[in-house]
Structures are given as C-alpha cells and as structure tokens.
Design a protein around this ligand. Structure first.
Ligand code: FES
Ligand SMILES: [Fe+2]
Length: 420
C-alpha cells in the first residue's frame, strides 16, 4: 500500500457503503461523530423498542428507575394502577432532569428547579406560582397543563422485561421481536428476582459490541472457557433463530451433545482456546442443572439495537447497551433469578455469575476485542470489515452457528434505518 493524501470532498465521497452490501461494514460508520448523531434520531428515537429494566425493579406504586435510551435520559415509573410508564426524564418547563437517582420512590415527580410537579404517569399536576402574585407574573391565562406533561413513551412489559419506544408506528413489542420472542418466553417463566448489577465502560463504538453477541462464530474460538470446559463448542448441537426481518437473533447450544467431526478435531488442535490440559480447582462453576428440560446450556438472545438476554449454564442476565459518544459505550448487566428460587438455586446462579460480566470467565474477552478493534479502525483510514462467514447475503448461512448471517442482517436493518 502506498501513502496517499486525500481532500475533504474526496473524504466525503468515500463515505458510501461498499458495493458488496451487507457483507461489508465500512469503518467510518463506527467512528464518525455525524453518524452517531444520526443514530440517535433514526435508531434510538426511531422505530425500535429499547429495554429499560425489569418490573421487579419497580415493584410498588411510586417506585422509579432512571436509565437511558441512546443519549436520552428516561424514567420508568410504577403508577397507582400498577402500570409501568416510560417517559423522558426532562422537565417540560426548561428541561431540567426531574429524577436524579438511579432508583427511588416518589408520590409525584417533582422538578427542583421551579417546582413543576407531575403525577406518576408524567401528567403535569401543578406549576409553582402559575397564577402569579398580587396580579403580576404567572403563566398565561390559556396555559393548559394537559399540554405540558413529560414526554411519554410507548411502554410494554414482556415476561417481566420492560421496553419502551419513542415511535408511535413500530409494531407492538412481541410482534416486533417475532420468532425471537420465544427465547424470552422459554426462559422467563416466573416472576423475576434481581441478584445484582455490573456496569462496564467499553472504549469502542456501541456497534462493535452489538455485533459481538450476534457472532456465534467467535464463541469457542475467543473464549477459552467455553471450548475447554465444554459449555459451548461448535461440535455440539446448536442453532440460531432470526426473526423474519432479521433484526434480532437467538443462539442456543446443548452441552454434552458433541458429535465426532474430523473438521472439528482438526481445527481444535489449532485453537488456543481449546486446552485439554486445563483443569479447574473448583469445578462447581460448571454444575449446570437443566432447569427447563430442553437441554439448552447456553442461549444468547440479541434484540436490535441495544439489548441482550443470556442464559449461560444457570446464570441469567440482561445486558443493556448505552452509547456514550461514538468512541465509547456502557454495558449494564443485570443478574437475576426467579422470586421462587430456593437457596441452592440462588447459590448456583451466584457462582455461575462469575462466567459473565465485566470480569467474567467467559465474557471478559468480549469487551477486550471490541476495544482492540476500535483502536485498530479509528485511525481514519478507509477500510471495511469482511462479513462472509456462511455466505454473503441475508439468508445464506441458515441456522448455522458458523455463520455471520445475524451480523449481515443487523447491517441490513441499520442501513434501512439510517438511509445509508
Ligand atoms: S425546569 Fe423544571 S420546573 Fe423549571
Ligand atoms: Fe463472546
């Protein structure tokens, strides 16, 4: 490669999607701050559902949780009628943040700046001094409180998971999830119980991470623990389900179903991640109990654009992906079990939580490769990733885990939403 200089106009011309389509992703789409701003409008405030949390996090009237959809601070609040209501956490007066704590309990939503006060569904109840004093000041006579509530989000709960959207036109949540909703219903059969949280800042673009749980190809190559200790291997019975629009993916693997395959044997001898010599001092972390009875030991479900639900052995967690500028993102892990788990089951989940999270035996490498990838592509040079495992289009690769089909489908939906 020879050194080249380029002009501003040529640089802008270079920002066209490669002619190969969804089997390529240009590196500028991860690093360009203008793209980041467009994503906020077209994806995060666009036609998509976003995970806010669990109904178990706001069990009683007045309980609230603050979180984000993209860059927008949002609230989910339990109202008197038991409903959970998503709304933008920004006062309708002059934009102050209404709730500051991560979690809280309130009789109403009170803005400290000028005491505008909202009910638990975000409707304005009172505005301080709205009638003025001694005939002076105050709000206009035709001020109608009904027009000055918090911005309300469409909110739905599926199996205890709360999602919200800015869109009035996107399909209802379950329809939007399509075939992949089964991965939620299969797993979340009972009321949930929160076990803990873990948030990690990843110094990469949010899409570097979003591609990762859609990429089953890397699972037992990058992750030594998966292959070596047999929780997930390419030689096991496994598969992938996408919804019809290809927005969402769900991978599953059944431990203990290895089939002898010469290609696998030949490949493992080259994999640094498959090490028959390694043994665990305490193998209790591997004591998986088939709670559902379908043999699935690992299920990784990824919903466009920012949600993951995992079952890794008996550990269960949601991962909420929050972009923080084009060059970093937060990944919020919520570990959970079920309200009726016995002590032994809770202990098993707590031990196996060590598999996941920012320092987990399995997932520690994911953030590391996202950061390494971002460092390698963020130099402004023209280039693109190569996404041809299993084929080049949206259907090729079928349900095989040795395929990048789910990533090609992500880019297809992303390009549609972004008009790229
Ligand atoms: S900004 Fe909230 S009351 Fe003024
Ligand atoms: Fe991974």
């Amino acid at each position: 490669m020879t050194a080249q200089t380029i002009s501003i106009s040529k640089l802008n011309n270079l920002k066209t999607w490669p002619s190969e389509g969804v089997s390529r992703a240009p590196y500028w789409v991860y690093t360009d701050p203008e793209i980041y701003l467009l994503e906020q409008a077209n994806i995060f405030r666009g036609n998509a559902w976003h995970y806010l949390g669990m109904n178990a996090e706001v069990p009683e009237t007045g309980d609230y949780k603050t979180t984000y959809i993209g860059d927008t601070s949002v609230l989910m609040v339990r109202a008197e009628d038991g409903s959970i209501n998503g709304m933008v956490n920004r006062c309708a007066h002059r934009g102050n943040m209404v709730c500051r704590d991560a979690f809280g309990k309130a009789e109403s939503l009170y803005c400290v700046y000028h005491a505008w006060n909202y009910d638990l569904k975000g409707n304005l109840k009172n505005a301080a001094f709205s009638r003025g004093i001694r005939g002076e000041g105050g709000l206009p006579k035709d001020f109608d409180k009904a027009n000055h509530g918090l911005t309300k989000l469409r909110t739905e709960v599926l199996c205890g998971l709360v999602f919200a959207t800015f869109s009035q036109t996107v399909e209802p949540l379950e329809e939007w999830l399509g075939e992949v909703a089964y991965g939620i219903k299969r797993l979340l059969t009972r009321p949930l119980k929160i076990l803990g949280y873990d948030t990690q800042r990843i110094k990469s673009n949010w899409k570097n991470y979003h591609e990762n749980p859609r990429d089953s190809y890397h699972a037992n190559i990058l992750h030594t623990f998966y292959g070596t200790f047999g929780l997930s291997r390419q030689s096991q019975e496994s598969g992938m389900v996408l919804d019809k629009k290809g927005r969402h993916s769900c991978f599953y693997t059944k431990a203990g179903t290895e089939k002898n395959d010469a290609n696998y044997q030949n490949t493992t001898s080259e994999l640094r991640s498959h090490n028959d010599q390694l043994k665990l001092e305490d193998p209790s972390i591997l004591k998986w109990v088939d709670e559902i009875g379908d043999g699935v030991s690992v299920q990784i479900l990824s919903a466009y654009p920012s949600f993951v639900l995992h079952q890794i052995a008996n550990s269960l967690a949601t991962r909420q992906l929050l972009p923080k500028g084009q060059n970093q993102c937060d990944l919020v892990w919520t570990y959970f079990g079920f309200a009726d788990d016995d002590e032994q089951t809770t202990q098993r989940r707590l031990i196996q939580i060590n598999l996941a999270g920012s320092a987990g035996m399995i997932s520690v490498e994911d953030a590391a490769v996202c950061e390494m990838t971002y460092r390698a592509i963020a130099d402004g040079q023209v280039g693109n990733s190569f996404i041809e495992m299993g084929g080049v289009d949206l259907t090729s690769g079928g349900s095989s885990k040795l395929s990048e089909r789910a990533i090609r489908n992500f880019w297809h939906n992303y390009r549609q939403d972004m008009n790229l």
